[in-house]
Design a protein around this ligand. Structure first.
Ligand code: PAF
Length: 283
């Protein structure tokens, strides 16, 4: 596996592959890799000749009360994992190269509408940080395809909209969520759960499935479904931030006419906020 830390170094590999008509899949990450990330890379590998994974804990997407310093970093293990699945190149950019004049001086990418609610409301500025770094990385790597996990469904939609709005020449692929046997979505945050919390956390997906089942069976009183789901979770000891049935494209609250829905949930167990979602197609 090749390793690049500078833009020049990275672009030499990319140019060489492009000169040989090889297509490139790009998977941006913040490291601390797990099975979910591996499935993104494998998806990219199934679509393109070459795979590039970046690892960069992007300071711009952390709020003032979020701990960038303590974000889990496990570079040696990450590199081993990437090697083991045959990733072609890992890009490890430095903050000084991506933000040479500091975070306050860089122009910002604000994706409209989709960023107003849910994680955008809970973490002001977060999606601006994500969109800005991803746009920079796209311009540096110039991939044909880039794969994002649908576990962070709002992020996946924000990136897709940015690519549409700015005519960026990359195909965005949404990869299905990897789950534990219990149904719990694989996430870096799961490591903060103790045994009892890990068992309880599976209730999130069961509640999503139960709600999706009722919609599929014809229930259209979305407010009632949402209230019931929040009660189920809160009575089990979660603190539910939101459990919302949305239009999968706009992420606005769903109407009975919508056919492509997504149910977004964020619920905390102790200090750990867990995100999950389920798509419901009514075609
Ligand atoms: O999902 C993530 O890990 C990050 O938000 C991303 C897309 C790598 C941007 O920093």
């Amino acid at each position: 596996m090749y390793q690049a830390t500078s833009v020049t170094e990275l672009q030499q590999y990319v140019q060489h592959w492009k000169d040989h008509d090889q297509s490139i899949a790009f998977i941006p990450t913040m490291g601390n890799l797990h099975a979910g990330h591996m499935s993104l890379i494998e998806k990219g590998q199934s679509l393109c000749d070459r795979s590039i994974c970046s690892i960069f804990v992007n300071p711009m997407q952390f709020g003032p009360n979020e701990d960038w310093d303590h974000y889990p970093r496990s570079l040696d293990r990450d590199l081993e994992l990437l090697k083991s699945i045959g990733c072609d190149l890992v890009y490890l950019p430095t903050a000084s190269e991506l933000y040479p004049d500091g975070l306050d001086r860089i122009s910002q990418v604000q994706v409209t509408d989709l960023t107003d609610h849910y994680e955008g409301a809970h973490r002001p500025g977060h999606f601006t940080g994500v969109a800005t770094v991803v746009l920079k990385l796209f311009n540096i790597v110039k991939p044909d395809v880039s794969v994002f996990g649908k576990k962070d469904f709002q992020q996946y939609r924000v990136i897709s909209k940015m690519v549409d709005d700015f005519n960026i020449d990359v195909q965005i692929i949404g990869q299905e969520t990897t789950r534990e046997a219990s149904g719990l979505a694989t996430s870096s945050r799961n490591q903060y759960l103790d045994q009892a919390q890990t068992e309880k956390a599976a209730l999130i997906y069961r509640t999503l499935q139960q709600t999706a089942y009722q919609i599929d069976a014809g229930e259209r009183d979305f407010a009632k479904l949402q209230q019931t789901a929040v009660s189920v979770l809160d009575e089990a000891g979660f603190k539910t931030d939101y459990f919302t049935i949305c239009n999968a494209e706009t992420l606005l609250p769903a109407t009975p006419e919508d056919r492509d829905l997504v149910i977004l949930v964020t619920a905390a167990l102790g200090q750990t906020r867990l995100l999950d979602n389920i798509e419901v197609s009514l075609w």
